[in-house]
Design a protein around this ligand. Structure first.
Ligand SMILES: [Zn+2]
Ligand SMILES: [Zn+2]
Length: 118
C-alpha cells in the first residue's frame, strides 16, 4: 500500500460511491464491476438511503481470512455486502430484484445483505 494508491482510490466512481469503499481491507487493492456499481446506485434510488458497504473487493488471502466461499464473487469485484437492518431486509430483497442484481442473500440478524452480479 502506498499513500498514492490511497489517494487514487479516493476518486468518485459514480454519483454516490467512491472507489475506496470497495477496497480490500488487508491490501487496499480494488477491482469492481461497473454493473455492480450501476445496480447499487439503482438500489440506493429505490431505497432512498445511503448505502454502506462492509465488504466489496477481496483479494484471495482476505477471502480465506473471512472464510468466504472459494468461488466468492467478492474476489472478482462482482459482489458487495451492504448494511441492512434485519427488519428492512425483506424490503431490500425486493428492491434488489428490481435493481437487477443476479443474486441477493440476506444475513438476518447479522444486519447485512450480500448483493452480486454475474
Ligand atoms: Zn487484500
Ligand atoms: Zn458477500
Amino acid at each position: 500500500m502506498t499513500t498514492q494508491s490511497k489517494r487514487l482510490n479516493d476518486m468518485r466512481i459514480s454519483e454516490h460511491f467512491r472507489l475506496r469503499e470497495f477496497e480490500c481491507p488487508c491490501c487496499r487493492c480494488v477491482q469492481i464491476a461497473p454493473g455492480l456499481v450501476r445496480r447499487l446506485e439503482a438500489l440506493r434510488e429505490l431505497w432512498g438511503k445511503p448505502i454502506v458497504i462492509t465488504s466489496g473487493y477481496r483479494c484471495a488471502e482476505h477471502n480465506v481470512w473471512v472464510k468466504g466461499s472459494p468461488k466468492s464473487l467478492h474476489m472478482r469485484g462482482q459482489a458487495a455486502d451492504v448494511v441492512v437492518p434485519f427488519e428492512e431486509q425483506e424490503t431490500v430483497m425486493k428492491m434488489a430484484r428490481k435493481a437487477d442484481f443476479s443474486s441477493a442473500i440476506p444475513y438476518g440478524k447479522r444486519n447485512f445483505v450480500h448483493l452480486a452480479v454475474n
